[in-house]
Design a protein around this ligand. Structure first.
Ligand SMILES: Cc1cc2nc3c(=O)[nH]c(=O)nc-3n(C[C@H](O)[C@H](O)[C@H](O)COP(=O)(O)OP(=O)(O)OC[C@H]3O[C@@H](n4cnc5c(N)ncnc54)[C@H](O)[C@@H]3O)c2cc1C
Ligand SMILES: NC(=O)c1ccc[n+]([C@@H]2O[C@H](COP(=O)([O-])OP(=O)(O)OC[C@H]3O[C@@H](n4cnc5c(N)ncnc54)[C@H](OP(=O)(O)O)[C@@H]3O)[C@@H](O)[C@H]2O)c1
Length: 249
């Protein structure tokens, strides 16, 4: 299936000078769109999210390293007078920067944690949003709160629920098993700060998947395990990160 409606000559001629609206160009553009759609179709599985089971919310990302350049990814660098140490910042540096921003702008007592937005309705008469939220502090007692605000910014992300493959046979596996978002240091040995997975020395380990998480943990497991088998369903492309310290100049 093509990605969006195929391009037509009249549509292309809406922006003269930008699009070449000749029949050959339109034909070429349609062919490219179809190629992209076919390529993407290889990545999107028809079962969608139904192939996974939700895991309760994850802990923080211990081995995080910014993918975008630190100089654009870390906010308020000029205001904070801070220069990132590397082209791609490491998790602890990002965390320390967030702490500094929270302190400088006195945000600590203004954030309302464990709060889930349930609905947002625009009140046209008052020209305000009415935002209904539930707070759950883990004691099964939800506290409902309604906040009215002229401006609301939604920054709710898309990746905040870890999921495991919905495999029928998963519970038949006799060995030890865990999800990367629940890394079991008691079993592997090591700590988040010192990932020497020494307990894996005599173990054969299987890793399902070759996504970004697998790519991050495979080298560490390979270093320690007696045998590592990586199960790959779809090949992923991997490039050199080429991280380096910030040039003081
Ligand atoms: C396992 C994993 C590892 C990653 N590692 C890296 C990495 O090493 N480097 C990198 O650059 N990127 C990494 N990423 C990607 C990166 O984490 C995301 O791109 C980034 O966090 C997106 O930021 P965000 O603010 O848009 O959303 P999020 O960080 O997802 O923040 C959204 C927030 O909104 C909250 N929220 C959602 N719905 C509601 C609601 N109804 N009410 C109240 N709150 C709500 C969520 O709880 C969450 O706290 C990783 C992602 C994952 C899943
Ligand atoms: N930037 C970073 O450093 C970083 C680090 C970690 C995570 N992330 C982000 O976090 C998100 C999640 O990444 P992730 O690596 O945890 O998960 P992911 O991208 O969803 O990868 C999951 C892997 O498991 C495989 N898989 C799933 N179900 C399977 C099954 N039934 N049989 C065989 N293989 C199966 C997938 O194969 P298929 O491809 O065939 O489905 C894929 O290789 C991504 O958006 C990623 O970019 C980023």
């Amino acid at each position: 299936m093509a990605d969006g409606p195929p391009m037509t000559a009249p549509a292309a001629s809406l922006a003269p000078g930008i699009f070449d609206s000749s029949a050959t160009a339109v034909q070429k553009m349609n062919a490219i769109q179809q190629r992209y759609a076919a390529e993407r179709g290889k990545w999107l599985r028809p079962e969608g999210l139904a192939q996974y089971i939700d895991v309760a919310l994850s802990d923080r990302f211990r081995h995080y390293q910014s993918d975008p350049w630190s100089y654009t990814y870390m906010p308020l660098l000029e205001e904070m007078g801070y220069m990132p140490r590397h082209k791609y910042a490491f998790g602890p540096e990002l965390r320390a920067h967030a702490d500094r921003v929270a302190d400088r702008y006195k945000l600590r007592d203004k954030a309302v944690f464990r709060m889930q937005v349930k609905s947002m309705e625009w009140d046209d008469r008052e020209k305000e949003w009415s935002v209904v939220m539930d707070q759950n502090r883990g004691n099964d007692q939800e506290i409902r709160m309604t906040v009215r605000a002229r401006f609301v910014i939604s920054a709710s992300g898309v990746l905040n629920y870890p999921q495991i493959p919905r495999l029928e046979c998963l519970d038949l596996f006799k060995g030890h098993i865990f999800h990367t978002s629940r890394w079991d240091y008691n079993y592997t040995g090591g700590t988040p700060k010192e990932p020497s997975l020494s307990n894996l020395k005599n173990k054969s380990v299987g890793i399902i998947g070759t996504g970004a998480t697998a790519i991050q943990c495979i080298p560490h497991v390979a270093k320690w395990a007696k045998l590592l088998i990586v199960f790959q369903r779809t090949p992923a492309s991997v490039n050199r990160r080429d991280n380096r310290p910030t040039d003081p100049e």
